[in-house]
Ligand binder design. Structure first.
Ligand SMILES: C[S@@+](CC[C@H](N)C(=O)[O-])C[C@H]1O[C@@H](n2cnc3c(N)ncnc32)[C@H](O)[C@@H]1O
Length: 281
């Protein structure tokens, strides 16, 4: 009886990643079929990395809206407060843009490496009233990709932003469901920290390794290992379930305010949600 109740209470959260993984594997197969049968360009399969990103973009274009309908508790309040000059790392197709108040935003830059998501991103920015304030950059959040893209777009040297990579450019940087997939998350976060103006804010909503030693559950941590072995990072465009993103954030630089908490801590996909404010100088 005890086991039955445990299964009833926990199976939905433990099996949710299985559903997502099955969907991602389906889109991977469909992407390969598109390339080989429809486009007749089988040699493109040699670039497996590209195929994986394209397949994740395919999944996101078709399901991103549904996967963004319910976001972890507390996020909306944080997004409503966003103002000034903002960098959104990995905005996808802009499914979360409806949650901001564009009137208090001067400029928003979306660093999105998946070209296939840009049309949706630009359309969503227009639909949500960002007008000319939104700029989509074709780059990742890692420094080797982001810094050249910011320089090329004159964002680093722009007088309005007053910034360089050293003294900060952005009032706010958003990391929403993206740090699981950036290469070298520690270095990436240190660089993002340097791009924040003194007193600037980082807003975070990231899924992380289950915090089983504190608020989490060991069986959910094991489930994360199992899903990783079953190919989660491969099919989900490089997304890793087992990152200790909270620690990486805390270590990224000196913060004057740290306000982070776990949401769904017992689940196989627990989130860390909150904000960190950079020291003033
Ligand atoms: C799960 S989606 C989240 C999109 C959006 N932030 C949201 O929460 O609705 C992850 C996004 O990160 C992007 N991404 C993947 N690797 C990235 C990287 N190295 N730098 C920035 N974004 C990346 C993907 O293309 C995808 O759009």
């Amino acid at each position: 009886m005890g086991l039955l109740k445990w299964a009833k209470d926990n199976m939905p959260t433990l099996l949710r990643p299985a559903v997502l993984l099955t969907m991602a594997a389906y889109h991977f197969i469909m992407t390969i079929l598109e390339i080989v049968v429809v486009e007749r360009q089988p040699f493109q399969l040699r670039n497996l990395q590209e195929v994986r990103y394209r397949s994740f973009a395919r999944l996101w274009i078709r399901n991103g809206a549904d996967m963004s309908a319910e976001m972890p508790e507390g996020l909306d309040e944080l997004l409503q407060q966003c103002r000034g000059i903002i960098l959104d790392v990995g905005p996808g197709s802009g499914e979360l843009l409806s949650r901001f108040n564009p009137n208090q935003i001067n400029a928003m830059y979306g660093a999105e490496p998946a070209a296939a998501l840009h049309p949706g991103l630009i359309a969503n920015a227009k639909k949500q009233g960002f007008g000319d304030k939104y700029r989509a950059l074709l780059c990742g959040g890692e420094p080797t990709s982001l810094i050249p893209a910011l320089s090329k777009s004159n964002i680093l040297a722009k007088s309005g932003t007053g910034g360089t990579a050293e003294n900060g450019v952005f009032d706010e940087i958003l990391c929403l469901r993206v740090l699981c997939g950036v290469p070298q998350p520690r270095e990436t976060l240190q660089n993002l920290y340097s791009l924040l103006k003194p007193g600037g804010r980082m807003v975070v909503c990231e899924h992380v390794a289950n915090p089983w030693r504190s608020e989490g559950k060991f069986y959910s941590r094991i489930a994360q290992v199992v899903y990783t072995v079953l190919g989660w990072p491969f099919f989900m465009g490089g997304c890793e379930m087992q990152r200790h993103t909270r620690e990486y954030l805390l270590d990224a630089g000196r913060w004057k305010t740290i306000n982070l908490r776990f949401v769904d801590a017992k689940a196989a996909i627990p989130f860390v949600v909150g904000e960190l404010v950079k020291v003033d100088n």
